[in-house]
Design a protein around this ligand. Sequence first.
Ligand SMILES: [Zn+2]
Length: 348
Amino acid sequence: MSAFYLEFRDPLFSIIIFFVLLFVISFFSYWWGRYKKREDHRHLDRFLSQFRSLPSKSELQTLISKGEISEKSWLLLARAYFKNGDYEKSIEIYNELLRIVDESHRRDILFLLGKTYFRAGFLQRAKELFLEILKYNPRTPQALNYLLLVYEYMRDYKSALEVLEPLDEMQKEVERDSIYLHLLALLSDSSKSEQEKARLLVLIYKKDAKFAHMIYEYLFRVDPRLAWENLDTSICERIVDILWSVEKKDLDLDIISQNGYLRELYTAQGCVSLAKSSTTFEFDVLIALQGRANATLTFEYICESCKQSYPFAFNRCTHCHSLDSMQVTLGLTKHYYRNFCEENNSFQ
Ligand SMILES: [Zn+2]
């Protein structure tokens, strides 16, 4: 049996002990390294999570009331939240600031809060705040401008038109707003028929020649014949998307044949064959293709004032609130529903 046991003084015993110790030390060293690495990660995660999660309302109340951070810093933070679309946090900060600011800054905070409510879609709250500002400071054009927008979004066009009076007295440009509000009031007037509204729109356009896209969109939708009869051919490029979508049965070939742009547009569409080429690149490509490929036009709408682009038509830019500033740009794309459209536009 003794052959199976190593003696205490046997050199082999010392070697085995050495390797066992080496293994134990290596194992603990490896385990400790992994443990430290995991702890470091956790610490970093905990640290970063402070910045990822937004402060709660009570935390904001405590921080703002303590006054450790300057009012300007809070305003910058509220503005950052506003820009990121986190209107709730922005509103909480402004509401807390209103508790501590002095009277000289109260109007500014009220205005910023009203703007945030407006952007967040709380129109009634925004209206109350702008009216409160105007109650003590009636000659505040910024508040009047926003109150005008609030009434417009609430479809209270009568009140919106009343807001134009003090703005006009302060020598502010209100002509476009006035025309636009009258147009909106007319289109929402349920006591008038569609034909009556169309006739009135023609008269308004003849008088001011503004809001062409808005007016012709309604005319071509409700009464294409009246639209063709009163078409202002000088603004065809501004309403190219409307002209492009007019149904084949509603086209007026006499008027189309007399205007170069319309000839190229409807030749590009394949409805007529009155042009061999076009100075407009997109039309030229479509005319050259002559229906051999499934291609059609796409439209993008750009605000001339702020250069913001939209996939849909607009009368008032939602970014800079400019009126009648839309420009239509053309593009080419695959016509996925060509066969379907041709069937529906067919005379047969
Ligand atoms: Zn704009």
